[in-house]
Design a protein around this ligand. Structure first.
Ligand code: NAG
Ligand code: NAG
Ligand code: NAG
Ligand code: NAG
Ligand code: NAG
Length: 542
């Protein structure tokens, strides 16, 4: 990068960025509900159910992260990465954006605010799912200069209409937001991932390459609803005739007796969506290359949780890992992840790192690369937990041999410590899938079967597929890890924010009322920060 412009020089002299620090462009891709076996680089090449040539090539020239942990569901992982806290220190609940305590507490400083402070241009594209109570909770309020996003767990891929959680799932309301207003310029004009591609490519094309770019892309793929353009879907037509599937179905009960074809379609749609997402990632990296930015880019790729194994949800595959989304087996929390990009030192390209990394660690890693202090003074002043994030760059760049992280308190009943994982309560799902779909174990009944009701202890380093339970064989480890978990539990924290609605007092569901009456049909922020607001403010637009 050349000479920084004046405002950067001023921030270098008077702010935190370190003089002479080379700041990479950052492309962060946080995929939704991607299973371990849903990428080519985790599969047997002779079984091409999943076609991901761009991801395969990025990981081949990058670093495969073999123990990159996330929470077992969306909202906690997304609040974790943006806040730099482990989920147990910010939020472990799956909650909708129309709840005040969804996502990141107001007084925590977001990762993009730090990057902006360091002189980065910051942009957000895709799924947010980290709160929207007030304008300060949206991506824009959290430090992204622009956003094209939706707030909930999912929306319709074609018209971006609201699904789940808010306004009784009223589909006439649209969950699509552009920075500080409804995305009325683009809603309903195309398949979501293509709208995101256009947005991402525009951002890259308009960016001044002299300034560092922080681009966060959170695809809707591969989360349900399973919707995909026909041209991608038809590429996997052969999956409906898979011999194994037919054999399996003859042995088992149909998933949905009223619609016997459904179980086949699920996987076909899922595979097509992943191929489409892979192509969009290829388009974005290509755009960075065209502008000569790729050589200075650090790309981070991760799923937000393991794949949901239920055929009726999205038929993801976590083979050979055990379990999936909503559970603490490795299939739920060990995410498909890698880093890539020209910023990586030559000597670490094409390698693998097996040390423990948590998605919360990117906050501190990126602050270190940006040359800005990662500590959160505002949260400290408000009595909120500090960041947990540990700088992984020395480990990833080859300067350090071991990961600086050894421990992850996953939740009230699960602790990872070094190579061991302790689980003290039943967790679901607990099945193993096969390499080829649909291994019978993805049937609804089997997907609902819990495991570890009597406690589990696995050596997930030597036995990542969690076959051998050491719980009764190593009571010493169980006892010491149980004590450690009890100790850590004392510091667990959940978002408890409460705000005053910015609607007329008689309105019961403020977000819906605002969508219908003020935002032109779009879901958006519905609350004010000050709980003691004057009467007239209730009729005011936020
Ligand atoms: C979006 O499409 C669904 C049907 O696929 C429909 O029910 C809904 O009303 C549509 N929403 C909008 C805002 O057009
Ligand atoms: C965009 O959403 C608004 C609000 O629901 C709706 O009135 C409009 O028809 C949508 N646009 C398209 C092209 O679907
Ligand atoms: C995206 O990449 C695909 C595959 O390389 C290519 O065919 C397509 O034209 C690209 N689209 C855009 C909009 O860049
Ligand atoms: C944020 O922190 C300040 C103290 O630093 C406090 O006065 C304020 O109430 C907090 N806001 C929320 C929404 O918690
Ligand atoms: C599914 O795959 C697992 C191995 O991953 C195997 O143990 C199991 O028997 C398979 N089930 C069926 C019905 O093929």
């Amino acid at each position: 990068m050349g000479m920084p412009p004046l405002h950067l020089l001023i921030s270098i002299l008077f702010g935190q960025p370190v003089l002479g620090h080379v700041r990479p462009h950052i492309l962060f891709v946080l995929v939704d509900d991607l299973g371990w076996a849903d990428v080519g680089f985790h599969r047997d090449k002779a079984n091409p159910e999943v076609v991901t040539p761009n991801l395969d090539s990025l990981v081949a020239s990058g670093i495969h992260l073999n123990r990159h942990y996330v929470h077992h569901m969306c909202t906690p992982t997304r609040t974790s990465v943006q806040s730099g806290r482990l989920p147990v220190h910010v939020n472990t609940r799956l909650s909708g954006p129309c709840q005040d305590d969804t996502g990141i507490p107001y007084n925590m400083t977001g990762m993009a605010e730090k990057m902006k402070q360091a002189g980065y241009k910051t942009h957000y594209v895709g799924k947010w799912d980290a709160g929207m109570s007030t304008p300060q909770h949206t991506p824009h309020g959290r430090g992204y200069e622009t956003s094209l996003n939706y707030f909930s767990h999912k929306n319709d891929f074609y018209n971006q209409s609201n699904m789940q959680t808010c306004c009784d799932s009223d589909p006439t309301i649209v969950d699509f937001w552009r920075t500080d207003r409804g995305a009325s310029d683009v809603n309903g004009t195309g398949y979501s991932e293509f709208l995101y591609r256009q947005e991402l490519v525009n951002i890259v094309q308009r960016h001044d390459p002299e300034l560092p770019l922080f681009l966060f892309y959170a695809p809707h793929v591969a989360h349900c609803p399973l919707q995909v353009p026909e041209s991608y879907y038809s590429k996997f037509a052969w999956m409906a005739d898979d011999e194994d599937q037919c054999k399996d179905r003859m042995q088992g009960i149909p998933v949905d007796p009223s619609n016997p074809a459904l179980e086949y379609k699920c996987r076909q749609q899922h595979a097509a969506m992943i191929m489409l997402m892979d192509e969009v990632v290829g388009n974005v990296t290509a755009a960075l290359k065209v502008r000569n930015m790729w050589e200075d880019t650090l790309m981070i790729f991760s799923s937000d949780n393991g794949g949901p194994v239920r055929i009726l949800e999205n038929a993801a595959n976590n083979w050979p890992l055990r379990g999936g989304k909503f559970g603490n087996f490795e299939g739920g929390i060990r995410a498909t992840a890698f880093v890539s990009g020209g910023f990586l030192p030559e000597n670490v390209r094409g390698s693998e790192r097996g040390g423990i990394i948590h998605i919360a660690d990117w906050y501190g890693t990126l602050c270190a690369l940006a040359g800005v202090d990662a500590s959160d003074q505002r949260a400290a002043a408000a009595g909120l937990p500090p960041i947990d994030s540990v700088d992984m760059w020395p480990y990833l760049s080859g300067a350090a041999d071991a990961s600086p992280r050894n421990t992850i308190p996953v939740g009230d009943t699960c602790l990872i410590s070094g190579s061991w994982k302790l689980m003290t309560a039943a967790t679901t799902p607990s099945l193993w899938q096969g390499p080829r779909y649909p291994n019978g174990s993805t049937r609804e009944s089997e997907a609902e079967t819990p495991g570890c009701s009597d406690g589990c202890l696995f050596n997930v380093e030597q036995d990542p597929t969690e076959q051998r339970n050491w719980y009764s064989l190593r009571p010493d480890i169980v006892a010491s890890m149980s004590r450690q978990l009890q100790q850590l539990q004392l510091g667990f924290f959940e978002n408890q924010d409460r705000f005053a609605n910015s609607c007329p007092r008689e309105v019961a569901n403020c977000a819906c009322w605002l969508a219908r009456n003020r935002y032109g049909g779009f879901l958006g922020p519905y609350a004010l920060l000050d709980p003691e607001i004057p009467e007239e403010a209730h009729a005011m637009v936020v």
